[in-house]
Ligand binder design. Structure first.
Ligand code: HEC
Ligand code: HEC
Ligand code: HEC
Ligand code: HEC
Ligand code: HEC
Ligand code: HEC
Length: 266
């Protein structure tokens, strides 16, 4: 009786902490909007709609590592400082969105171009779409229907979908990625939250490496030389640091306490 009650208190405490954070959205995003990033350093000023980038469309095809290490997107909305000219030259979005790269038998549509003829706006609005009623080609519900379910975030168990071979993630682009020797994958380990009634967290290096390689996490998020070197608390995770860099924005959200705090103490 006492244990569940205690854990419930903790959950309430953190739930309030999340909602009380300044700047966080009051409403939980819909499944298809979870992981959407709005990029708007320049668009508004020049009469284009801000860019809406959906993670679900992209993470279904590519690893996080490919974009966040090889292509070099920052893991913070707006921080990459993408300019139209970068895309035209084949960097950032233009690495793939160049009208030439073939994915699944189709040429990937082109990104920014300087020949901006009034009637051509439809092309631009495929990305410069935030706040406009743009019909997307990618259909979230048709896509997610076939995948294992989860309760939160996109409502998809991405980890399981990949493990079952339902997703084939591209991790290498010729001319952009560098071939490197794969490092030995570390064993899974348990993290003890140091609060008696709170279950341990099982962290799987193996499952994380599929998506992130090593370089997304080491050394920037976790130094990773020896377990226990990086000290952090749940409050910092809620603040978007450590595990919270990904969990809560793109990977399953933090309200899913049990998905991390899985191991019952003996
Ligand atoms: C096709 C490329 C691509 C893939 C694949 C991708 N991302 Fe991103 N990610 C981006 C871009 C672009 C941004 C926005 C960068 C900017 O605005 O400067 C971003 C932003 C983010 C952010 C910051 C979000 C915010 O609201 O501040 C996080 C966290 C993130 N990505 C995590 C991930 C994780 C985890 C994966 C794999 C499951 C992943 N990304 C896969 C391109 C990608
Ligand atoms: C690693 C390759 C890659 C990168 C980098 C990339 N994309 Fe994509 N993107 C794709 C592919 C492949 C598709 C699916 C295209 C198709 O089916 O025609 C896609 C689809 C999309 C769609 C869906 C359009 C629709 O109608 O459903 C949007 C919007 C989009 N990308 C925006 C962006 C933006 C904005 C960036 C940069 C911030 C970006 N992408 C970076 C590969 C990439
Ligand atoms: C594949 C996605 C994509 C498509 C398609 C696209 N853009 Fe962009 N564009 C971006 C991103 C991402 C940014 C950065 C947005 C920001 O920070 O406001 C951007 C920014 C811009 C900027 C402002 C930055 C600068 O350097 O001045 C201009 C102008 C621009 N785009 C023009 C266009 C035009 C014109 C079209 C249609 C012919 C177009 N874009 C289509 C992704 C795209
Ligand atoms: C999702 C993030 C993430 C990824 C991806 C990741 N690690 Fe780690 N790694 C961690 C965390 C968290 C720790 C524990 C850090 C701490 O406690 O200070 C850790 C610890 C380590 C340690 C110390 C282990 C020990 O027992 O002392 C090594 C070595 C390591 N990682 C290597 C790797 C290698 C090699 C890869 C790629 C094959 C990799 N990591 C991928 C998050 C990650
Ligand atoms: C993405 C994984 C993840 C999720 C989801 C998660 N936690 Fe944690 N939690 C951690 C990690 C990692 C630690 C730190 C362990 C350590 O000290 O090394 C932690 C620590 C804690 C602690 C110990 C005290 C402290 O502040 O550090 C409590 C209590 C806690 N979490 C409660 C919760 C509750 C309640 C939820 C759901 C609302 C939750 N956690 C969701 C990973 C997670
Ligand atoms: C660089 C981004 C990133 C960081 C940092 C990160 N994760 Fe994850 N994690 C992922 C991705 C991607 C998945 C795949 C599932 C998803 O996206 O929802 C995942 C899946 C998981 C899973 C489910 C798979 C499993 O092992 O059963 C757990 C649990 C988890 N993470 C815990 C943690 C904990 C605890 C930390 C911090 C010590 C952490 N993660 C840090 C990206 C990250």
């Amino acid at each position: 009786m006492r244990k569940p009650a205690f854990i419930l208190c903790l959950i309430m405490f953190f739930a309030v902490a999340v909602w009380a954070q300044p700047g966080t959205k009051k409403k939980r995003p819909l499944a298809h909007d979870y992981g959407k990033v709005v990029i708007n350093n320049y668009s508004k000023n020049i009469g284009l709609a801000p860019v809406a980038f959906d993670h679900w469309v992209h993470r279904a095809k590519f690893t996080c590592r490919l974009c966040h290490v090889d292509i070099g997107f920052a893991m913070k909305a707006g921080a990459t400082d993408i300019k139209a000219i970068d895309n035209v030259k084949g960097y950032y979005c233009g690495t793939c969105h160049n009208g030439k790269t073939v994915y699944d038998g189709r040429k990937v549509f082109e990104s920014c171009s300087r020949k901006f003829i009034g009637d051509d706006k439809g092309v631009c609005e495929r990305c410069h779409s935030e706040g406009r009623h743009v019909k997307k080609e990618a259909d979230f519900y048709a896509f997610s229907e076939k995948l294992p379910k989860e309760r939160f975030g996109n409502g998809i168990d991405w980890e399981k979908a990949e493990a079952e071979g339902l997703l084939k993630l591209v991790d290498f682009i010729e001319g952009v990625s560098i071939k490197r020797q794969s490092l030995k994958i570390q064993k899974d380990f348990a993290l003890n939250p140091k609060v008696n009634e709170m279950p341990d967290i099982i962290f799987s290096h193996k499952k994380h490496t599929v998506w992130n390689g090593c370089e997304v996490c080491h050394p920037e998020i976790f130094v990773g030389v020896k377990k226990g070197t990086t000290r952090y608390s749940m409050v910092e995770i809620f603040d978007g640091k450590y595990c919270g860099v990904c969990h809560g924005k793109v990977s399953f959200p933090l309200i899913d306490c049990q998905r991390c705090h899985t191991k019952q103490p003996q």
